[in-house]
Ligand binder design. Structure first.
Ligand SMILES: [Fe+2]
Length: 286
């Protein structure tokens, strides 16, 4: 039996490199440390998340924050987000959420190494992640629509074309965006929170990427998501600030303040994706 070497916190196997990625989302920072969502302090809860990630017994290759960095886009909120999230030891990539503002994000937040796929002047944050680019093809897409139209998302033609044209079919591929692409089986969420042209993009992505597609990773739902459609994984992580309550038949969603602090640990190899979900106790919760 082959011996699997264990090197610096990661296993190397016959499939090649294991890439360790941390997925977090929806921190909803306010303009100051006291901002809360129905009694849950967003900043304190994000600090608990940062501390936990920094204390992991391995070094993540990078971290992806799938959007809603702040609750309302203003410079103070992004400055606070940068103050807290810059404490993360691993490089961080950010995705636009429906509560975010691209120019403010770009001005305030430190992005890890990336290549823009649409011009910044388009106010869309669509780029290729350059960490581990020699072994993997990872993309960030921006589904934000004008606030009066949201909170559902939409993927512009120029982003769809840009991402699909980058896919070689020779390396494992993953896409990170704020909004799930396809229905999850919740009446309110399926009506209000998906990418409205998500199914078309899902099908086009699956066709172009084929067996190299390792997953689509999202936030926005303020709850965890594990979904397969036509053999393609969609994986979502909840919010450290608050969870949503929308059940399968609900016409509404409510906030569930407090509760555990969530993040996902995704291990990518050349032929697999492993998602490990963590829920940490928040010291302020009784
Ligand atoms: Fe959110």
């Amino acid at each position: 039996m082959a011996i699997v070497p264990f090197v610096a916190g990661r296993q190397l196997n016959s499939s090649g490199t294991v890439l360790e990625v941390i997925h977090l989302s929806d921190t909803h920072f306010g303009p100051d440390h006291s901002h809360d969502i129905r009694g849950a302090n967003a900043c304190d809860r994000a600090c608990t998340l940062v501390k936990a990630i920094n204390e992991l017994p391995f070094d993540p290759d990078f971290i992806v924050h799938t959007g809603d960095v702040v609750n309302d886009p203003d410079e103070g909120a992004y400055a606070l987000a940068q103050e807290i999230l810059s404490e993360l030891k691993a490089p961080v990539y950010y995705v636009t959420g429906n509560h975010d503002d691209v120019p403010m994000m770009r001005a305030a937040l430190d992005f890890a190494d990336h290549e823009l796929l649409v011009p910044e002047s388009d106010d869309q944050l669509c780029y290729r992640i350059k960490s581990a680019a020699e072994d993997f093809e990872f993309f960030v897409m921006d589904g934000k629509v004008p606030e009066e139209e949201g909170p559902h998302g939409y993927l512009s033609d120029n982003q769809v074309e840009a991402v699909l044209s980058q896919i070689s079919g020779e390396k494992p591929i993953a896409v990170f965006l704020h909004y799930p692409l396809t229905p999850i089986g919740s009446k309110w969420i399926d009506k209000h929170l998906l990418v409205s042209n998500g199914e078309a993009f899902h099908d086009a992505l699956a066709e172009k990427a084929g067996s190299q597609l390792r997953g689509i990773f999202t936030g926005h739902l303020h709850r965890g998501l594990q979904l397969y459609k036509n053999g393609v994984l969609q994986s979502g992580v909840s919010s450290p600030a608050c969870e949503f309550s929308a059940g399968p038949h609900d016409d509404f969603c409510d906030f569930l303040p407090g509760g555990p602090i969530p993040f996902n640990h995704i291990s990518f190899t050349a032929d697999s994706t492993m998602v490990k979900s963590y829920s940490l106790p928040f010291p302020g919760d009784s």
